[in-house]
Ligand binder design. Structure first.
Ligand SMILES: [Mn+2]
Length: 363
């Protein structure tokens, strides 16, 4: 294991050089990498170096991710918090929204604060904030981030370099894969809890290793994580075989509302449907995957009425031809080529017309 500086002074040139030299130099002289590969590798190594320089020169960080956090957001934030523990930093983990039930067993959850403002956990503007999977501070749903030093780590195609330090890799299967690379570069120990958090994040963000972002590199990472204490069958049970009955009832309603037209399928649930099923927003997670799982369907949309508003929250999926991150961005949302989301004003039929028109034009 690499020796890690635990002091928090700005790095001396000598120390920065030491860190740069610690990078593994695994160059196979029999292979000539293309210019693009060389450029990308250099840029990734230098971005991780920049991050480590920041981590080692501040005593304390706020960590957060997007509103309505998913498995990648939560697992990656918790893993990064433990990595920062090992680097000798203090951290505060804060989310604007509660942690969904299926992630209740993740190690380190007791350190999560759920509150509307980052100032509630650390009012000092000197404490930098690390944002995972956000294209700006608005995506966190948190107040109190303005004026802080911001660090942005993201793997969304819609990612933007809005922060003081940015690392965006839209080819990463999950932001957890990027956090894993940070851990390796920092030389920290991948503990069973880091391994469990990162494995959970990658499992959920690759749709159980089914999305096109899943590559040999994904399996190399989860292979390492399973050898370091992540338990694949236990994590799968916690994520996929622990559904509350309200979720299954709501799925029944959503599937009975199903409509389709050529390669396009869509469905919805209203606030009333959710009340009748005793369901909440997190019970809607994954419904859209049943639609994109229909043979011949190229794009699928699930609309959920947001309680006490006239708006609908949309989950959009593509089987591969259509880039649905572009569709979501058109309506102020974002995401990935195959999975994205946005919010539209109601009423329901207007929201459906707007999204279907946009998707038909793209298919
Ligand atoms: Mn993600």
């Amino acid at each position: 294991m690499t020796c890690i500086p635990r002091r928090h002074e700005p790095l001396s040139q000598e120390m920065a050089l030491t860190i740069a030299c610690e990078r593994p130099q695994e160059i196979d002289s029999t292979v000539t990498p293309t210019a693009i590969e060389t450029h990308e590798e250099t840029s990734e190594a230098s971005r991780i170096d920049s991050l480590l320089t920041v981590f080692r020169s501040h005593p304390r960080f706020l960590l957060t991710s997007h509103a309505r956090p998913d498995g990648d957001a939560i697992g990656s934030v918790l893993a990064l918090a433990e990595i920062l523990d090992q680097l000798g930093c203090e951290t505060e983990v804060v989310f604007a929204d509660p942690i969904p039930f299926i992630y209740r067993t993740l190690p380190g959850l007791d350190r999560v604060r759920h509150t509307p403002s980052a100032n509630d956990v650390d009012p000092s503007a000197d404490t930098p904030a690390i944002l995972l999977e956000c294209d700006g501070i608005a995506r966190t749903g948190l107040l109190g981030l303005e004026g802080r030093m911001l660090i942005n780590i993201d793997h969304h195609a819609s990612g933007r370099a809005f922060a003081a330090v940015n690392w965006i890799d839209e080819h990463a299967c999950a932001v957890a894969a990027m956090v894993y690379r940070i851990a390796i570069a920092a030389g920290v120990e991948i503990t069973p809890s880091i391994a469990t958090c990162l494995y959970t994040a990658i499992l959920s963000d690759t749709g159980s290793f089914t999305y096109s972002s899943t590559t040999a590199d994904t399996f190399a990472i989860v292979h390492d994580l399973s050898s370091k204490g992540a338990n694949p069958s236990q994590i799968a049970r916690d994520l996929y075989f622990s559904n509350p009955v309200s979720k299954v009832r709501l799925l029944g309603t959503a599937l009975s509302n199903l409509k389709y037209e050529g390669p396009l399928a869509w469905t919805w649930v209203t606030s009333k449907d959710m009340d009748q099923a005793g369901a909440d927003a997190e019970d809607c997670e994954g419904v859209v995957n049943y639609l994109i799982g229909i043979t011949g369907i190229e794009s699928a949309v699930f609309l959920r009425e947001v309680p006490d508003t006239s708006q609908f929250r949309l989950s959009i999926r593509s089987a591969g031809k259509l880039d649905v991150s572009k569709i979501a961005e058109h309506f102020g949302g974002g995401g990935h080529r195959n999975a994205s989301g946005c919010t539209l004003d109601g009423p329901l039929n207007t929201a459906i017309d707007r999204i279907l028109t946009e998707i038909r034009a793209g298919l």
